[in-house]
Design a protein around this ligand. Structure first.
Ligand SMILES: C[S@@+](CC[C@H](N)C(=O)[O-])C[C@H]1O[C@@H](n2cnc3c(N)ncnc32)[C@H](O)[C@@H]1O
Length: 493
């Protein structure tokens, strides 16, 4: 496979974008600390009698700090494991600032479906290096060993886009855990294309670090980026915690059952193939692999890829990590203990999940990666879950889904139509084609799809199951089959 060559400008954009995401992750603790300080300032303004009444809040703020440090510890471990696909010391001027390239951000609404304050409705990217944990003074490496004592203490106290197709830390998976998650998207021209390039992905974050890149962490991280990190934390619950099982049962189970029904006699020698665009943190793609498919997740957010790569490639055992996903909102809590409850993850050891050979996560924009000629009629199934409405042009998504499917292949979709760019009033005037479900289906029929099963499914997206507010979707769920002879688009060509 030939590697796509970046122009200087493109590479600078990618690096700056990735740098920004890493900075957002790396500044998680500081940003969260600022929130706690804000709570404390408000508390201080209370009249003495009210303060006395709410005396316990002082303790809550201390507990919050502990929870934040535990979350930060996980994040720092994740960042340390991340192997940036670029030399991150490039495109920084002598003062440690990014070169002034136009940051075309790939603003992806990963978490626009999420209902909490601070949802990340857009995405861009960044990276890590050595001084991270030093700066944050987080209990690095201790999140695991100290988790039990944390819980005991609590009781005592009263209780953007990734451009290209990369192999996150697949080499690690293959060697240390034997899963062999690799990116096999066979593309020449998409950005990065470092998926097959072990050398490229082998340079570690730490090795890549230079004094210049330390300046990363002095970046003023915009609140929107801080929100994206918090959104990833909630996605961890959706995909990888026991607490997310209900949501997974609502969203992933019907899809898995449908795949199981549609491909009853799966051959172990020649397993059917399934593509999962917008794979998020990778759980659905992994489950599909475990079901006996050659499964490929596609994702373009570095926020997501950094995290999924860590979970998929670096997990040693189930429930290895503990995070406190719900601490960032004081709203709609039944109790402080609910808000501060720990969540262990991953609920399974990914390497032991019975993965089918060929499982891969492919980084890159779905439109860019799968418009490649090599992708035509390449897949037996395409599964989209909470993905269709991330499109600027949903017609283009559907056209590509049709193209990449073999004739007779199936498309299973589950999700709402909360168009991610519907509210973007930015200077860039983002394109956003917002169709009704009826029109989405018409478009699908135009591209040769035939409806086989259709349903509405009630579900949440990264909801806090113990909160007093939860957004529920009536998500469209369908199975369509590609019948090339029915494609009007095909006939026109
Ligand atoms: C709402 S999330 C759903 C994630 C996952 N399917 C789930 O159900 O939890 C949508 C995902 O699609 C990704 N995404 C959006 N546009 C994309 C694109 N053009 N190419 C690849 N991934 C994209 C986002 O980064 C995000 O992770």
């Amino acid at each position: 496979m030939s590697e796509r060559r970046y122009t200087e400008q493109e590479e600078a954009l990618e690096i700056n974008s990735l740098r920004r995401i890493i900075a957002a992750y790396a500044n998680y603790q500081d940003a969260a600390e600022r929130d706690v300080k804000r709570y404390e300032r408000s508390f201080k303004r209370l009249p003495p009698a009210h303060k006395e009444l709410l005396f316990h809040l002082g303790l809550k703020y201390q507990r919050l700090r502990w929870c934040i440090s535990m979350n930060a510890a996980f994040i720092m471990n994740m960042l340390e494991a991340f192997e940036p696909p670029f030399d991150m010391s490039r495109y920084v001027d002598d003062d440690g600032h990014d070169y002034p390239v136009n940051m075309h951000e790939h603003n992806h609404a990963d978490c626009a479906h999420s209902n909490e304050r601070g949802d990340c409705s857009t995405v861009s990217c960044a990276r890590i290096n050595s001084p991270l944990h030093e700066k944050h003074d987080s209990p690095k490496g201790d999140a695991k060993t100290r988790e039990s004592s944390v819980e005991t203490d609590h009781r005592k106290d009263e209780e953007d886009h990734v451009a290209g197709c990369f192999k996150p830390a697949a080499n690690k998976l293959e060697t240390s855990q034997g899963i062999g998650v690799s990116c096999n998207c066979n593309k020449d021209t998409s950005a990065a294309a470092y998926c097959e390039d072990k050398d490229c992905s082998a340079s570690s974050a730490v090795e890549n670090g230079t004094p210049r890149t330390a300046s990363l962490f002095k970046l003023n991280v915009p609140p929107v980026d801080v929100d994206k990190v918090r959104c990833i934390v909630r996605n961890v619950v959706r995909d990888w915690a026991q607490e997310g099982q209900k949501e997974r049962d609502e969203c992933y189970k019907p899809i898995l059952e449908e795949l199981n029904r549609l491909f009853p006699n799966r051959s172990k020698q020649r397993p059917p193939s399934c593509l999962v665009p917008g794979a998020g943190l990778g759980r659905l793609a992994l489950e599909i692999s475990s079901l006996g498919f050659v499964s490929q997740g596609n994702e373009f957010s570095y926020y997501m890829m950094i995290c999924s790569s860590f979970i998929l490639n670096h997990t040693q055992e189930a429930n290895e990590w503990t995070i406190y996903p719900w601490i960032h909102s004081n709203c709609n809590s039944l109790s402080d203990n609910d808000q501060l409850r720990p969540v262990k993850f991953p609920d399974i050891h990914p390497s032991s999940a019975g993965i089918t050979e060929g499982f891969s996560m492919c980084a890159g924009d779905f439109v860019e990666v799968y418009s490649e000629e090599s992708q035509e009629s390449a897949w037996d199934a395409v599964v989209t879950c909470f993905f269709l409405d991330t499109a600027h042009n949903i017609v283009e998504y559907i056209e590509i889904i049709s193209k990449v499917l073999k004739d007779g292949g199936v498309w299973i979709n589950l999700g709402p139509l909360l168009y991610h760019f519907a509210d973007s009033y930015g200077p860039d005037d983002d394109m956003s084609i917002e169709l009704s479900l009826e029109d989405v289906k018409k478009v699908a029929y135009h591209y040769g799809f035939v409806m086989e099963a259709e349903n509405m499914i009630e579900t949440t997206y990264t909801a806090n199951m113990r909160a007093m507010m939860q957004n529920r979707y009536r998500a469209a769920f369908w199975t369509m089959r590609k019948n090339a002879s029915r494609s009007k688009a095909h006939k026109r060509q």
